[in-house]
Design a protein around this ligand. Sequence first.
Ligand SMILES: [Zn+2]
Length: 451
Amino acid sequence: MYKKLLEKIIYPFMYFVRRERVSTFVKLYEESQWNSINIIENNQFEKIKELIQYHAINSKTYSQFLIKNGVSTNLSTIADFEKIPIMEKSDVNNFLVDAKKNYSSFGSYTVRLTGGSSGVPAVVFVDPECSARSLAARIVCQGWHGVKPSDRQIRLWGRPLVSGRTKAFLKDLLLNRIRLNSQSFEEIKINKTIKKLIKSKPDYIYGYASLIQLVSDKINDKNLKQIFKNIKCVISTSETMSIKQQKAISEKFKCPVVDEYGCSEVDIIAFECPSGSKHIVSDNVFIEIIRFGDEPDGYGQVVITDLNNKLMPMIRYRLGDLVSVEKIKCSCGRGWPCLGRIIGRSQGQYIFSPGKGMVHSQYVVYIIEELVFKGFPIEIFKIIQSDNYNLKIILGLKEGTDLDLGEVSTYFKNESKHVLGEGLICNFEIASVDTMRKDLKNKFCHFESQI
Ligand SMILES: [Zn+2]
């Protein structure tokens, strides 16, 4: 009954308020995923041409960026597009001034905070059409496994809800979601978490591979299929899931375990189909796999263009994930091309806290993202745990800025106490951005455990 209410009233009303035409794009993607590769590539190039023209006119900073690099805004071939310099994470915040000037003309907007595993925090503004297209892609892709937007989701999640806890709780309640975050995975609470998971009777589980595995390893009941009789699939996101992890979780829950590949900056990028290939959501993103020089043989780095974000240019943006360059043809028949094997994304990177036990490093990353959102001029960061009692957080600052480390430390202490508990001493240091950048050979070095 409630599912019907969600489907017919709540979601349509929410999309209407946010000016997001989600159902239009769901219909479009239900068809476009089967297009031939020629049609897909032609459509993508047309969108790229339009996107460059749009940002050249509407974003003063992007226009200057193109002029400075001698790039024409009239693209004739994809080779012209490839002349546009690669955008780094540290460039993203340069486009914020224009986004803040322009967002009122879109009627609504969404903010995506990113820093994630890269150690370089950024803020991305997203217009309603772009946001609607991301939601539509997720609905279509999850539909491949029988999941509907109104289905009950249990979310094994990282974000510790530093701010807006009540809003998130109400939103989850309204949208038939249960969120299990940081505290739920502490050693002493894990059994309670499992009971909650069982009681919630989810239609699917969504979350970090390492957290799903943690729960899966702790569940001993042999009659799981009876307990989780509704469960359609488990969706792993944010971290690369190993084949071994995927197999173990699937055997435990007795349902398909599928991989979603995405990032905060552009949301969903690729999704695993029932035949086991990760199809790129080609209506939303254009992917280049580029070798910059020090990648392992057969691998390149993901460079992504968000084909729909008119509020902020995310064009030829280096994500930094390593992906194999192999060509994969999927037997399912979908035209959206497939992404190769992804390596190097963070897996099970835990901070040890004397008061709380193992805590996912992502929780600390989210607090640093909040610091950036509040205006602290952090350009890059690294977290190092040298022993069981000390955590060092090194910050690289934006050029020409200064930071009161006492202020940062106080904010961090207040926001992290419910996640890290007592007994872990967090020290902040400032270091040169150039030195830190050299140290960040790939995006997975934001956390280093030396214990
Ligand atoms: Zn497929």
